[in-house]
Each structure stands twice: as structure tokens, then as C-alpha cells.
Design a protein around this ligand. Structure first.
Ligand SMILES: CC(=O)N[C@H](C=O)[C@@H](O)[C@H](O)[C@H](O)CO
Ligand SMILES: CC(=O)C(=O)O
Length: 303
């Protein structure tokens, strides 16, 4: 399996809505082109940032389709197909394969706290439904399940499993998954606030929810890491973290803050879907300052 195409900055794609809150073909395609022009490696479509659990099957399929129509063959496309039931996940997986996606990914089952045997079965049924490679999504803070080394090893016995996107907070988890998987397995850094440390401890690549808000800064961080310039890598991580903390300190959800920020950066992809809340009142004005910080950080490191 050729893993190079998965190595680089892979933003998690946001849900793109029109002003009435419906999935928007135009805005989805505009967002695709925006990120392509920034120079990212690929996209992770339909995950947390894609508001997957708030969209029905048709809406998720539409988004997968618009993205592949715009970027197939141009960027590495990963389809997140995790859904409440195995049945729906398999429908999405087969559809992503038809559309030419490069890989599938899924969170563990949500809502019921199921035993590990059910998680194994869930992922395996998705994997068996197509010929695509599969990336496990470990995100204990939202799913309540923390991937065990046992299940990780067991999943790796299936050659279609190429890696894990690890969003748990201890960077050591990345080191452990990498030590267990070795060279032929790809570990993606999840927490954007730890991109640099994740890469240093063994992550081969990154998939993140705030990359699309400031792709320039993550691309620059990656360049510092890969060229061994750790002083600047650490400095830019601090600038990134100040920005993420500012985005998360507003009323409303982080995704709403990011979408308002993107409007100031010249791209309108609508707002968020309830129960996610919109940023409102005084806090809306603070986003102007966050945009300034991003602009300044971009200039600071540009040579
Ligand atoms: C818990 C969560 O959503 N994690 C995302 C995925 O790994 C991250 O990319 C965050 O969006 C990011 O680190 C900001 O906190
Ligand atoms: C990485 C992320 O935020 C997502 O799952 O969409």
C-alpha cells in the first residue's frame, strides 16, 4: 500500500450550508477549491467537523459527491463513514468507493456503550464492504471509547487497515500506536494543539479540525518539523494554540467561530446546525481580532 499520499496536512472538511441551512453544492465546491489553492495534501470528509451526526444519509452522500466531483485525482480524499447503524455506515462506504475516494475511516459505534467485540464487528463489516483502505478513528473524548492496544493489533491483522487517526490527548498514545504498527502503518495526529509534538513522537501525518481555518500555519508548521527547525516549529505551535484557544473561548461552538472567521477570510460556507450554537453578540466582533492574529502569524513566518 502506497502511504505517501496520506502524508501531509489533511484538513477536516466543514459542513457547508446555504442560508436556509441546507447542504450547499456551490459552497461545498467553493470550499474545496479554497483548500486546494492553499496547497493541502488531502481532505477528511464527513467527520466531526463535517457535522456528520447531525446530517441524514442523503446529505452526507451529497457532500461526498460534491467533494469528489471537485477534487478527485487532485487531493487525497478520505471519507468518514461512521454512522449510528452499521447498515448506514456500509451504504456510505460503498458510495465513497463508487465516487473514487482513497480511503475510509470511522469512529466506533456511538450512544450505546458496546463491548469491544461489537466495535470490532462494526469496523470489520465496514471494511469488508469495499476494497478501500481503512483508517481507524480514535477519539475517546467524544465517543467514550478509547482504542485498546489489543483491538488495534487485531484490526491490523486485516491488511486493509492502514492506520489510525488518534485524537486522544496524551501524545504518548501516538508513540504507542506507531511502535506497535511500525513503518507500514500510518498514524495521524488528531489534537491540533499538539501537532508538532505529535509529529516528533511518531505521527506520520495530521488530520485536524482547525487546519482549514488557518491552513497556511499548519503547512508552515509541517515544513519546520520536516526540515528539523524545531525552534520555529515550537514558536508557530504557540501562535496556533493562542488562536485555537481564542476560537474556543467564544460563546457558540468552535465550528461556528471558524465559519464566521472564514467569512472574514473571504469564504462563506454558512453556519452550523443545531444543537451546535452560533457565535452571537459581542463575541462576533472578537473574531475580527482572531483573523488579525492569523494574518500576522502568516506574515511572521513567511520568508
Ligand atoms: C476532539 C476533537 O474534535 N478533535 C479534533 C480531531 O482530532 C481536533 O482536530 C480538534 O478539532 C482541534 O484539536 C481543536 O481542539
Ligand atoms: C478531525 C476532525 O475534526 C473531524 O473528525 O472532522
Amino acid at each position: 500500500m502506497e502511504l505517501e499520499k496520506f502524508k501531509g496536512i489533511i484538513p477536516a472538511f466543514y459542513a457547508c450550508y446555504d442560508d436556509a441551512g441546507e447542504v450547499s453544492e456551490n459552497r461545498t465546491k467553493e470550499f474545496c477549491n479554497y483548500l486546494f489553492e492553499k496547497g493541502v495534501k488531502g481532505l477528511y470528509v464527513g467527520g466531526s467537523s463535517g457535522e456528520c451526526i447531525y446530517q441524514n444519509l442523503d446529505e452526507r452522500k451529497a457532500t461526498l459527491k460534491y467533494v469528489s466531483e471537485t477534487l478527485k485525482g487532485k487531493l487525497t480524499l478520505i471519507a468518514h463513514v461512521g454512522a449510528p447503524s452499521t447498515r448506514e455506515s456500509v451504504i456510505l462506504a460503498k458510495y465513497a468507493e463508487e465516487l473514487g475516494y482513497d480511503a475510509l475511516s470511522a469512529i466506533p459505534p456511538i450512544y450505546f456503550k458496546l463491548p469491544e467485540s461489537s466495535i470490532d464487528k462494526y469496523w470489520s463489516e465496514i471494511i469488508d464492504s469495499t476494497d478501500l483502505p481503512f483508517i481507524i478513528y480514535n477519539i475517546p473524548q467524544t465517543t467514550g471509547y478509547s482504542l485498546s492496544m489489543n483491538l488495534f493489533k487485531k484490526m491490523l491483522e486485516n491488511k486493509k487497515v492502514i492506520g489510525v487517526k488518534n485524537s486522544s490527548m496524551p501524545v504518548m498514545d501516538i508513540e504507542r500506536f506507531k511502535a506497535c504498527g511500525g513503518e507500514n502503518v500510518i498514524v495521524f495526529n488528531g489534537p491540533d494543539e499538539q501537532y508538532v509534538s505529535g509529529r516528533l513522537i511518531g505521527a506520520d501525518s495530521g488530520i485536524g479540525g482547525t487546519y482549514a481555518a488557518m491552513p497556511e500555519l499548519f503547512l508552515q508548521a509541517e515544513e519546520f518539523v520536516s526540515s528539523g527547525n524545531f525552534t520555529d516549529a515550537r514558536r508557530i505551535q504557540t501562535d496556533i494554540n493562542d488562536i485555537i484557544i481564542a476560537l474556543c473561548s467564544l460563546n457558540g461552538s468552535m465550528y461556528s467561530a471558524i465559519k464566521e472567521l472564514l467569512k472574514l477570510r473571504g469564504l462563506n460556507i454558512g453556519s452550523v446546525r443545531g444543537p451546535l450554537e452560533e457565535v452571537s453578540g459581542e463575541d462576533l466582533f472578537k473574531i475580527e481580532g482572531i483573523k488579525e492574529s492569523i494574518d500576522q502569524a502568516i506574515l511572521k513566518y513567511r520568508r
